[in-house]
Design a protein. Structure first.
Length: 396
């Protein structure tokens, strides 16, 4: 990391650090210690006059608050908001993971959750499913947003991931680096040396629980930057940082349902997202970063409103297809379950509906007949049935 890119106004300081690298000599790996510098951010909030901050961000802040309010008003009128939770959380998992170059399609994720455990159950699909699990844990936990909850989500995020260096649920005690593809010397950014991580995290936790004059959405943007800069885990930092935004949006922005996620915007503008996080550290471009963050919230709230309308229209269409004389009352229930998980097996339907295997088979085949489900595995046993329309709404 080049010290020269950090200006005098940088909101932190550089501290010496070392990493152990291995190079091959005479056919054997040889360890060597490499010295460098790590960036230790100042505690929040930044030293910006409140009036200046509000004047610069006001148009974006108003747009974000307005769009959130419009969506919240619409969500409260939904007949059953829980129907949409599965679609929105899985879309968030796919897009947030994609930013970190972890790829799984909406169909792969649905089939994995539906019970497919063949060769298509790739490690990356498992990681995306872990993201859903971490998000659900954070939303359901009675704990406030704190370091313990963050560790618990991280443990779920990396559960079963084949990476000995990932240390699920544990903050790092060694140096990491961003953009160090070949060697530590090539790193674009080096987070705080390990001896400073605990202090940085304690300061961040205190700020999360402390009230100040700043609008809540601006606070969320500051907290996201700070967590990403501390980079307290060896792996999974970006995903946990975006999970924290989702939790703050639901808990502190008082959204009744977790439908608004920023990862879609960040994924679409990935280069600018990373560049602004870096330039806050080097040049203190707080206002540019906060404008970007607020634009992400406004855009994603607008997207959530339009996407929920499309999902509810699809649900109404599905109910119309299964509504007929002498039709089983279980069919609409099965349709609604597909919005939570768009892939299903006969055994899962049997348990879900409390019916016999034959009844579950008949119900699924009725949905196949109505072109709501298709068999997706091509097998005669262990079949998984998929709603391609719902999958399309997740990924479009």
């Amino acid at each position: 990391m080049r010290a020269g890119v950090f200006t005098r106004g940088s909101p932190g300081r550089l501290e010496p650090t070392t990493v152990v690298e291995h190079e091959w000599r005479e056919g054997r790996p040889k360890a060597k210690r490499v010295r460098g510098l790590g960036f230790v951010p100042d505690p929040l909030p930044p030293s910006i006059a409140l009036g200046e901050l509000l004047e610069a961000t006001y148009p974006r802040l108003i747009a974000a608050e307005r769009n959130l309010s419009q969506f919240e008003g619409s969500a409260k009128r939904l007949p059953n908001p829980h129907l949409l939770l599965g679609v929105f959380s899985r879309r968030e998992a796919i897009l947030s993971s994609r930013i970190e170059n972890t790829f799984a399609s909406a169909e792969e994720l649905a089939l994995f959750e539906g019970g497919s455990r063949s060769g298509d159950a790739r490690d990356q699909v498992r990681e995306v499913r872990n993201y859903v699990s971490a998000l659900e844990h954070g939303l359901d936990s009675p704990l406030p947003i704190c370091l313990r909850l963050i560790r618990e989500m991280h443990e779920r995020l990396l559960q079963g991931v084949d990476s000995p260096a990932s240390a699920p649920g544990r903050f790092r005690n060694s140096q990491n680096a961003i953009g160090a593809d070949r060697s530590f010397a090539d790193a674009k950014f080096v987070p705080p040396p390990p001896q400073y991580v605990d202090k940085c995290l304690s300061d961040l936790e205190r700020y999360i629980h402390r009230e100040d004059e700043l609008p809540r959405l601006i606070r969320f943007g500051l907290i996201h930057y700070q967590f990403e800069t501390i980079h307290p885990f060896l792996d999974g930092n970006g995903r946990i940082g975006r999970l924290m935004v989702a939790l703050m949006m639901c808990r502190e922005a008082q959204l009744t349902r977790p439908f608004v996620y920023v990862s879609g915007f960040f994924e679409q503008h990935r280069d600018r997202y990373y560049d602004l996080l870096f330039r806050v550290s080097t040049e203190a471009v707080w206002l540019e970063w906060l404008e970007f963050f607020l634009e992400a919230v406004a855009t994603q709230a607008e997207d959530a409103l339009a996407r929920s309308d499309r999902l509810l229209s699809l649900r109404a269409e599905y109910h119309k297809r299964v509504r007929q004389k002498r039709a089983s009352a279980l069919l609409p229930r099965l349709v609604d379950e597909l919005f939570a998980r768009p892939a299903i097996t006969v055994s899962a339907a049997e348990k879900m509906l409390g019916c016999t295997v034959q009844s579950a088979t008949n119900l699924i085949m009725k949905l196949v007949e109505k072109k709501i489900l298709v068999e997706a595995t091509g097998r005669s046993y262990g079949r998984v049935f998929l709603s391609r329309d719902i999958v399309q709404l997740i990924k479009e």
